[in-house]
Design a protein around this ligand. Structure first.
Ligand code: NAD
Length: 261
């Protein structure tokens, strides 16, 4: 499958799932606009390494996905620097856990802004160019928590359910435009976002990280293994293919059976 000539912007691609998806799309031949936070030297090394390993053009935008104006500017910058924006992967996300009655308001606002509103602002900015080109792929990284809930994750679960809702709206609006809009719903993936939850839980229970890891997976997933950024990247490449051109408005789970229960 070749995505040669296509340009992909992956938000939150300096780490974890976003990086796995950016590398998979680059491996299929797409030029990549990276985005996300981190050490500037490490990000520049990553950008250069993507260009060298995959023979594609790679850029970087430091846009903060909690800010609508920065998202619009990042989309415009991608179109200007790379010639177009054909594939948008809305992946940037954060987590915070607490019971509703003690959930800090600023954490609620931040998670809704990044995990949900950022997806809306990204789609809003990218859709006109995709419609004009008559081809586009939008992939929103939701979660098993877009389909079902867990305690202590009120903002995250609300945001991810919202992402699935707006994915369906966009799919219907764009049905005959050549642009598909889908969501991917991962179960557990061992990234820094999950590593922090494992460390917090180990600290709270006086247990080891490895022991809480096994317990945490078993609590939710029939399959006792992590999904991987590489696997999710391969799914994103498939959704960009011609074979997937009539898949739209769908939440695609890669969750080890989590939501089959
Ligand atoms: P991660 O912490 O490894 O990566 C998150 C990325 O988002 C980083 O590149 C970070 O710099 C970026 N980011 C955070 N805030 C940002 C902001 N304001 N502006 C721009 N970039 C920002 O996390 P991950 O596990 O790879 O998560 C990626 C996505 O996958 C998230 O949307 C998350 O909700 C979702 N997800 C993760 C899992 C999992 O088990 N890891 C499961 C389901 C869904």
């Amino acid at each position: 499958m070749s995505l040669k000539g296509k340009v992909a912007l992956v938000t939150g691609s300096t780490s974890g799932i976003g990086l796995g998806i950016a590398e998979a799309l680059a491996g299929a031949g797409a030029s990549i606009m990276l985005n996300g936070f981190g050490d500037p030297g490490k990000i520049e090394a990553l950008r250069v390494s993507i260009e060298q390993r995959f023979g594609v053009k790679a850029g970087y935008s430091g846009a903060d996905i909690s800010k609508a104006s920065q998202i619009a500017a990042m989309v415009a910058e991608t179109q200007k620097a790379m010639g177009s924006l054909d594939i948008l992967v809305n992946n940037a996300g954060i987590q915070f856990t607490a019971a509703i009655e003690g959930f800090p308001e600023e954490k609620w606002d931040q998670i809704i802004a990044i995990n949900m509103s950022g997806v809306f602002h990204g789609m809003k900015a990218a859709i006109p160019g995709m419609k004009a080109a008559g081809w586009g792929r939008i992939i929103n990284i939701a979660s098993a928590h877009g389909l079902v809930a867990s305690a202590f994750k009120v903002a995250y679960v609300a945001a991810k359910h919202g992402v699935l809702g707006m994915t369906k709206v966009a799919a219907i609006e764009l049905a005959n435009s050549g642009v598909t809009v889908n969501a991917i719903c991962p179960g557990w993936v061992r990234t820094p976002l999950v590593e922090k939850q494992l460390e917090d839980r180990a600290l709270a229970t006086g247990s080891t990280v490895e022991a809480v890891t096994q317990a945490m997976i078993a609590e939710k997933q029939p399959m006792l293994q992590f999904s991987t950024p590489e696997g999710l990247g391969a799914l994103a490449v498939f959704l960009c293919s011609d074979a997937a051109k009539t898949i739209t408005g769908v939440p695609m789970s890669m969750d080890g059976g989590w939501t089959a229960q």
